[in-house]
Design a protein around this ligand. Structure first.
Ligand code: ATP
Ligand code: MG
Length: 550
């Protein structure tokens, strides 16, 4: 029996309950996505919480598709959701669908009608709204509220049989039109919608509302802790009312603060717009806050779980800085990423005193953080490529890269001293000339020379060209939802830059499973569009947090 004291309020509640002997068969939680989009990092928080609690306390978690809205749902989403939950490292006890319970829910509604607790209302949506009152003013009964039980039963059956048009009638719970909680003022239970459902086809033309489906599904599955985000707190009295009136398994609802992340949006409706209007290249675009986007960007399941642990679970709303997510992936990748040298925007570095045609293979650790990771061999020759940024004709003070008469160490190579350079007609440097010191070879340096700067480089003849996709924040403002006008007008126009790079040959054997640290440049992973002859790498994250200084 687990009696350990919990860390967050839910862990505390559960450990107390278990300590008091409740739930002898273990707790049951559920993760209830609506299959109307791909999962995002906010869902990851809910997944880690629901699956995490069950794991911690020896319980079970159901994956339940909350598919009560036929118009927006699709099996493509169902499949992507299952893939994402598995990828995050969680195992569900069962996959279930709210739509599997449509008949039971219908019978529950009939039961409430028979108790005089539900009625068919012919009013239009506008008429219902007009009679509902305001939070400070009670609602008024409409003309259909006191229909007889027999009439209600007959009409509800005819609704099911498809005798009425969309919107012609609804089924409402008969609760309390003067309740200060608007959700108790005779809330809707069923609406008519002649629409094809991705699982039940055309079997149904009436569909239950969220409030009449969610708690009842929890109860059918004997969910002990139904955990949802804070906006559902005001629905809780209704959740409990239905369960009490139906006298079914008493599932209970608990609320926690949703994850808000800056520089992005997380509403599925908005993410869908970005996809449909082609502001991004699909749901798994590496700039998207979706699980599939983060996966393609190079995030690992462990880094996302770590992030969810770090942000914690509370009942207070706040906004998490995107940098925290980046911190978590950096920490993970530093331990596992294979080191390689990749040069972008290159200039030639020619070593005057190195023999023509000679190629030496220099050893470099695959990962200095992991002594088991072994060594890769890096060709060194007379003609190398370095980054244009790493040479300056007239450097400022404390410039530790290359400049005329300056010295640097070429990583895993030798110390070189700049003897001159070429410029083209436009004044752009085209080549840098150096002498090298044979006795300064990395690992066997007896030269006594001291070079402050260390540059990365590749051998020109052996370098392989690669495409680098450099990502930045998707939006250029912290909270696109709070800005005036269309949130899409705050998209960051520089969120994707494509540049050509030249890599050491070891990168030719890159795999989708491995992650790479391009020295001094950042962490990268192979993109799914990559081909052996034209490799594409996504920058997952920079080596350091550069965003704050921008
Ligand atoms: P959206 O508004 O983006 O469509 P949703 O809440 O309607 O999101 P669901 O598919 O209904 O999406 O969510 C499944 C579960 O994930 C729910 O329990 C919901 O509370 C939770 N969830 C959704 N977004 C977040 C978030 N940002 N932080 C934490 N949990 C979330
Ligand atoms: Mg929802």
């Amino acid at each position: 029996m687990i009696t350990e004291k919990g860390h967050n309020f839910l862990e505390e509640i559960i450990s107390e309950e278990l300590g008091a002997g409740k739930f002898p068969n273990g707790i049951i939680t559920r993760f209830p996505p609506e299959p109307n989009g791909y999962l995002h990092i906010g869902h990851a928080k809910s997944i880690c919480l629901n699956f995490g609690l069950a794991k911690q306390f020896g319980g079970k978690t159901n994956l339940r598709f909350d598919d009560t809205n036929p118009v927006t749902e699709d099996t493509e989403y169902v499949e992507s959701i299952m893939e994402d939950v598995k990828w995050l490292g969680f195992e569900w006890s069962q996959v279930l669908y709210s739509s599997d319970y449509f008949e039971t829910l219908y019978q529950y509604a009939v039961k409430l009608i028979k108790k005089g607790k539900a009625y068919v209302d012919d009013s239009t949506a506008a008429e219902i709204a007009a009679l509902k009152g305001t939070p400070t003013e009670p609602g008024k009964p409409g003309p259909y509220r006191d229909r007889s039980i027999e009439d209600n039963l007959a009409l509800f059956e005819r609704m099911r049989n498809g005798e009425f048009a969309d919107g012609a009638k609804v089924l409402r719970a008969k609760i309390d039109l003067s309740s200060p909680n608007m959700h108790l003022r005779d809330p809707l239970m069923y609406r008519i919608k002649h629409a094809h459902h991705h699982r039940t086809g055309n079997n149904w033309c009436i569909y239950p509302m969220y409030d009449f489906a969610h708690g009842q599904c929890d109860s059918i599955e004997e969910i002990t802790h139904s955990i949802c985000t804070l906006e559902f707190e005001v629905h809780r009295p209704l959740y409990e009312w239905f369960i009490n009136e139906l006298e079914i398994y008493p599932s209970r609802q608990f609320e926690f603060a949703r994850l808000n992340l800056n520089y992005t949006v997380m509403s599925k409706r908005k993410l869908l717009q970005l996809v449909n209007e082609k502001h991004v290249n699909g749901w798994d675009d590496p700039r998207m806050p979706t699980i599939s986007g983060l996966r393609r960007r190079g995030f690992t399941p462990a880094s996302i779980r770590h992030f969810c642990e770090k942000i914690g679970v509370a009942r207070r709303e706040n906004v998490i800085d995107f940098s925290l997510l980046e911190f978590c992936i950096r920490e993970d990748l530093n331990k596992t990423a294979h080191r390689v040298m990749v040069v972008e925007d290159p200039i030639k570095l020619i070593i005057n005193n190195y023999p023509d045609g000679k190629v030496e293979m220099m050893p470099g650790e695959v990962n200095p953080e992991d002594t088991e990771s072994g060594t890769r061999m890096i060709p060194f020759s007379k003609e190398l490529l370095i980054e244009r940024e790493d040479f300056m004709e007239n450097p400022p003070k404390k410039y530790f890269r290359l400049f005329p008469n300056g010295m640097v160490r070429l990583k895993h190579g030798f110390i070189v001293k700049c003897t001159g350079f070429d410029k083209d007609a436009n004044g752009n440097v085209t080549a840098v000339y150096c002498d090298y010191f044979p006795e300064s070879r990395s690992g066997h340096d007896t030269s006594g020379l001291n070079a402050k700067g260390v540059l990365h480089w590749v051998s020109a003849a052996q370098a392989i060209p690669v495409e680098l996709r450099i990502y930045d924040r998707l939006f250029s403002v912290e909270n696109p939802n709070a800005e005036e006008g269309d949130f899409k007008s705050y998209l960051n126009p520089d969120s994707l830059k494509v540049v050509e790079g030249f890599a050491e040959p070891a990168l030719a054997s890159a795999t989708h499973e491995n992650r790479y640290q391009f020295l001094r440049k950042g962490y990268f992973c192979l993109d799914k569009d990559s081909q052996p002859q034209s490799m594409i790498f996504n920058r997952t994250v920079t080596l350091k947090d550069g965003w704050k200084n921008n």
